[in-house]
Design a protein around this ligand. Structure first.
Ligand code: D5M
Ligand code: FE
Ligand code: ZN
Length: 483
């Protein structure tokens, strides 16, 4: 369509186009279709059509368009209303038994393992037996980990039948393989001839099969991943947040982004909606809104500005008003009721949710703190690398007794099973994206500037950037909002 044709068509209907509106119409993939929608969507008393009008119409659901199709969200796994834990000591035994059994089973079809007891029993007979030279495997939980005087590593591995010391020699191929306390591993090696020691030659994780292929949606749809909004904090970046809300409403959308915005159908939130109160000592001095309910009221006002054709999934984090012990249930009804939109699904943390056939595992990511303190080389600047280590272990929070308070539920809700297509985390306030054997790992950053605490810890946040996942192609783009 020529410029003059566009101008004429609209002039015949009594409208005058501003130059940016003309540019947007010209640049759209199907100007005729867009003009049709523009004409039916415009206020009849309007006279001048601005670029903003065109952008707004461009992302509005067309009668047969993407945004008009009903949302497709299914909750696969969620602790909400399924908590069994009452705080008995015995529950920890059950919890770890469940962890060992599920993760052990994942490895049992790859290695044939022996009960640890059967190796210990052979003590003393060892020198007589030549078969001991053959490698055997065990599967167990790591209950201790230390470095010997000679620089070798000694780990204690436990199954239901016994416990054995496993030696990782300092000059072996596996000397740099990190082992975490409380994780479930497989070890292949040979028992030493002089006592209950097992010399490791390889360490096996439950891991992801090489053959894993991610699912895609049939219909075009895009999901925006956000987390750590921290409404109520005096470092909440309201201007950037408002420019995000404008953008999803079709305001200030560049021609380049118009197509993306028109396909945006989901927003997934991985926790820390508000800054909360009493989360750390002296927090009140860094709060802009001092009441937790007022913080959520403000959050609900913001979320009310999300267009109704976009569906939102909200999972909590350590700053939200739910129990600190994980898994955390969804936000309570008294907070949920503040959100007037009926396009919001509230889930727990972690939660597995299928969106248009694509499986999301949403986990706020507090265990990244424990991983950064215990995994050599792990850093807050590259959360996606930590997420790879979690995925290999098929567990969201392997270390027990660290920053993550694990509630001993009868089932281990941190086990990564079934395999998701996307793992979405937050918490560390930096954006990081990578793919591991078909699984997309994304950390969605923050809307909070650097706090005094983070300054002291030398944590550099990466605010107001959003990963957008195209559910049909699997591609990810990152968009920055505001300055
Ligand atoms: O966490 C925001 C960031 O600050 C995240 O990288 C962890 C870090 N953080 C938060 N609290 C602590 C403590 N107590 N020690 C060390 N590092 C911490 P957020 O959950 O948003 O506060
Ligand atoms: Fe946070
Ligand atoms: Zn957090």
């Amino acid at each position: 369509m020529h410029d003059m044709d566009i101008v004429k068509v609209l002039a015949n209907k009594g409208y005058i186009l501003e130059p940016d509106a003309l540019d947007m119409l010209k640049g759209s993939r199907d100007p005729d279709e867009l003009i049709g929608r523009l004409l039916s969507g415009l206020d009849p008393s309007a006279f001048i059509i601005s670029g903003k009008d065109v952008a707004r119409i461009a992302i509005k659901p067309a009668a047969t368009g993407i945004a008009g199709t009903p949302p497709d969200i299914r909750i696969l796994k969620d602790i909400t209303n399924n908590s069994t834990c009452i705080g008995d000591y015995d529950e920890f035994v059950g919890y770890f038994r469940n962890r060992f059994s599920i993760l052990g089973d994942m490895m049992r079809n790859r290695i044939s393992s022996r009960p640890i007891e059967s190796i210990l029993k052979k003590k003393g007979m060892r020198s007589a037996s030549s078969s001991e030279k053959n490698e055997i495997s065990i599967i167990g939980i790591v209950s201790d980990h230390r470095v010997t005087a000679n620089g070798h590593r000694l780990i204690e591995v436990e199954d239901q039948t016994g416990s054995i010391s496993v030696l990782i020699m300092k000059d072996s191929d596996i000397c740099d393989m990190p082992v975490l306390l409380d994780e479930v591993i497989g070890v292949t090696g040979v028992p030493a001839s002089d006592g209950g020691l097992f010399i490791a030659s390889s360490i096996i994780y439950p891991d992801v099969p090489y053959t894993n292929v991610a699912r895609h949606s049939d219909e075009p749809a895009v999901a925006a991943l956000i987390s750590d909004v921290h409404v109520g904090s005096d470092t909440f970046l309201e201007d950037n947040w408002l420019s995000f809300l404008d953008w999803i409403n079709g305001d200030s959308v560049s021609d380049q982004d118009a197509d993306l915005v028109s396909r945006l159908k989901y927003i997934v939130v991985a926790g820390d909606l508000v800054d909360g109160i009493g989360i750390y000592p002296g927090q009140d001095k860094e709060l802009h809104i001092l009441d937790i309910y007022d913080q959520y009221k403000k959050t609900a006002e913001y979320f009310d500005q999300i267009p109704k054709h976009i569906s939102v999934v909200i999972s909590p984090g350590n700053h939200d008003a739910v129990r600190q012990a994980e898994p955390q249930p969804a936000l309570p009804e008294e907070i949920r009721s503040m959100f007037r939109n009926d396009n919001i699904t509230f889930v727990g943390n972690p939660a597995a949710v299928e969106i248009e056939g694509v499986r999301f595992l949403i986990y706020h990511g507090r265990s990244i703190d424990d991983m950064v303190s215990n995994l050599p080389g792990a850093s807050y600047s590259y959360p996606e690398k930590v997420m790879v280590e979690l995925l290999k272990r098929r567990h969201l929070s392997p270390i027990y007794g660290g920053r993550v308070m694990i509630a001993p539920e009868s089932k281990d809700h941190f086990v990564i099973d079934p395999l998701p297509d996307v793992i979405h985390s937050g918490h560390v306030h930096t954006v990081g994206i990578c793919r591991y054997r078909g699984v997309l790992l994304a950390n969605s950053g923050t809307w909070q500037g650097q706090t005094e605490f983070q300054k002291r810890m030398n944590i550099q946040p990466d605010p107001a950037r959003i990963p957008l996942v195209d559910l049909k192609s699997g591609e990810v783009s990152v968009i920055k909002f505001g300055e």
